[in-house]
Write a protein that binds this ligand. Structure first.
Ligand SMILES: Nc1ncnc2c1ncn2[C@@H]1O[C@H](COP(=O)(O)OP(=O)(O)OP(=O)(O)O)[C@@H](O)[C@H]1O
Ligand SMILES: [Mg+2]
Length: 474
């Protein structure tokens, strides 16, 4: 296809160049041959007139033609290389410079004779048979200024005119040939300079068609083709970005499915094993309650996992509607404390609550706010042994800040960026901490649904503090 563009551009350029050069040179050639012809005729006419006047000077005192005058005419004919005729006032030719006197006794045109009597000069077009060259004839009065006896005709072939014009035509032919060669060269260069970027554009466009966005067009020209290349490059960049995002989303979806299946598979496998053992009577009666308890806990874990997944999916699809209203934060935090007190006592961890007296009402959905705080406290408890967990609330920038801090394991700086991802767990290998890694992903979605912000500050071995900022009720 590109060969087609290439060829047609090449042909069109070549054709137009050649046509321009040919037309231009033809015009110049025709003009030049006319001008040259005129110039040559003009200079030779002047020369002939000058000679004619000299002939007149020689014979202006002679009224009658005699042999000596005729000899003089022959001499002048030879020295000037022109034919000379002399005619009288009536126009009758009385003498010629040629030996054969065919014209003697004949007459020149009466009007020419009349003009001579008036003292004028004339240039005539006289045709002679059997002569190749164009003949040029001039007539001047014969005699003195007031005393004209007749006229003197001088005629001579126009020398050099044909050769000069032929020479000119030859030159023009060569120049034309040179012009055509040049035009082929220029057209090739131009067509190459146009077709090269076009070929590149075509190459990249083909790749885009195949879904490969890695290539760019390397065209530096500032012309329309350069602009086109720039536009295509920008388009490819855009497509590449969209493609990258699409792949990322696809990867997230695949990861999510993989994670969900894995998280469901693990408790299911355990339950299957225990149930089979119970069925086969491999477990003694006294030990049975322990196994039922394990199975029960696994089902609890599974249903929590399914709830979390459903929550997350709804949050990401914007399918959760908040029922926001002014909420007092202190009772909410207190309730959370009571709920986790037994668990904390088991781990030897103290719970503390600090609410600033000026803390305003927060504009939130109370159930969802409880979910946020519960998740954070649950995490703090999970990662803190024999430490302290503080729950604090205070006014901050047109809203309130809720801080859940602990003196637990802490989170490494690299992990601090990843904890928000679904299914991320820092200690994935260890079974010590139960959990699926969905808690913080849900918390982040819920906070952003409240138009709030959540940040984490943590130091490994020292503890972690999550701060949630939410807008106050106006
Ligand atoms: N207070 C904390 N102290 C130390 N590490 C924490 C704390 N909170 C969260 N993390 C780290 O962040 C990870 C993600 O937390 P997230 O709440 O999302 O998942 P999870 O608690 O492991 O599981 P789930 O909440 O779904 O039961 C945790 O696995 C843990 O590594
Ligand atoms: Mg959690």
């Amino acid at each position: 296809m590109i060969l087609g563009i290439d060829k047609s551009i090449f042909r069109r350029l070549l054709f137009s160049y050649m046509l321009t050069i040919l037309l231009g040179l033809c015009a110049v050639g025709i003009l030049m041959s006319f001008l040259t012809k005129d110039y040559i005729v003009e200079t030779q006419t002047q020369e002939l007139l000058r000679k004619a006047k000299r002939v007149n000077l020689t014979i202006q005192n002679v009224r009658e033609m005699n042999d000596s005058v005729k000899d003089l005419l022959v001499f002048l004919d030879q020295s000037f290389d022109t034919r000379i005729w002399v005619f009288d006032r009536s126009g009758q030719i009385v003498a010629t410079s040629s030996k054969d006197e065919v014209y003697v006794g004949k007459s020149v045109d009466a009007s020419v004779a009349q003009r001579m009597i008036k003292g004028e000069e004339a240039v005539l077009n006289l045709q002679f048979e059997g002569m190749k060259d164009t003949m040029l004839s001039v007539v001047v009065p014969w005699g003195k200024e007031k005393d004209v006896y007749g006229g003197i005709v001088l005629h001579a072939p126009v020398v050099g005119m044909n050769q000069t014009i032929a020479h000119l035509r030859e030159t023009i032919l060569w120049v034309t040939l040179f012009g055509i060669v040049m035009s082929v060269a220029i057209a090739s260069l131009l067509s190459w300079s146009i077709s090269r970027p076009l070929r590149q554009i075509e190459k990249v466009a083909t790749r885009i068609g195949l879904g490969d966005y890695s290539e760019r067009i390397d065209v530096k020209a500032k012309d329309e083709i350069g602009e086109l290349a720039g536009t295509i490059n920008r388009m490819v960049e855009q497509l590449e970005k969209i493609d990258r995002e699409k792949r990322k989303l696809e990867q997230i979806r695949i990861d999510f499915l993989g994670n969900v299946s894995h998280e469901l598979r693990t408790p299911l496998t355990a339950m299957q094993g225990f149930l089979e053992a119970l069925q086969d009577g491999l477990i003694v009666d006294q030990a049975r309650p322990k196994y039922y308890d394990i199975i029960y806990k696994e089902t609890l874990h599974m249903s929590r996992l399914v709830d979390d997944i459903m929550d997350l999916v709804k949050l990401e699809n914007n399918a959760i509607e908040l029922e926001r209203r002014p909420v007092e934060i202190e009772p909410l935090l207190k309730q959370c404390m009571y709920r986790f007190t037994p668990e904390a006592a088991e781990k030897g961890t103290a719970l503390a609550l600090e609410v600033h007296p000026a803390t305003p009402l927060v504009f939130a959905d109370p159930d969802r706010l409880q979910q946020i705080v519960n998740n954070l406290v649950k995490n703090a408890l999970k990662f803190t042994d024999h430490g302290t967990i503080r729950l604090a609330a205070a006014p901050k920038e047109n809203g309130i800040s809720i801080v859940v801090s602990d003196t637990g394991t802490g989170i490494s700086p690299e992990d601090q960026e990843l904890i928000w991802e679904r299914f991320f767990k820092a200690d994935r290998g260890r079974s010590k901490t139960k959990g699926t890694g969905l808690g913080l992903a849900i918390v982040r979605e819920l906070v952003s649904l409240h138009e709030g912000k959540i940040t984490v500050a943590s130091e490994v071995g020292k503890g972690t503090a999550f701060e949630v900022w939410l807008p106050q009720a106006s």
